[in-house]
Design a protein around this ligand. Structure first.
Ligand SMILES: [Zn+2]
Length: 62
């Protein structure tokens, strides 16, 4: 299984080389925690973390 990396800008987790959310290439393998956002408009966590797209996100990116 490929090591997942997290975007340093929006914290989206991906196995690709480019962030699927903000298209950033600043990805890091140093992250922990996982947040699944299914409906960003209804999720309080999403609004708290300023997330606007349904995706899998890291809780903390170092
Ligand atoms: Zn991103």
């Amino acid at each position: 299984m490929a090591r997942e990396v997290a975007c340093k800008k929006c914290k989206a987790v991906t196995i690709g080389k480019v962030c699927p959310i903000c298209k950033s290439t600043e990805l890091t393998p140093d992250w922990y925690g996982i947040i699944l956002i299914f409906d960003s408009s209804k999720s309080k966590i999403a609004s708290l973390l300023d997330i606007h797209a349904a995706h899998k996100y890291a809780l903390k990116v170092s």
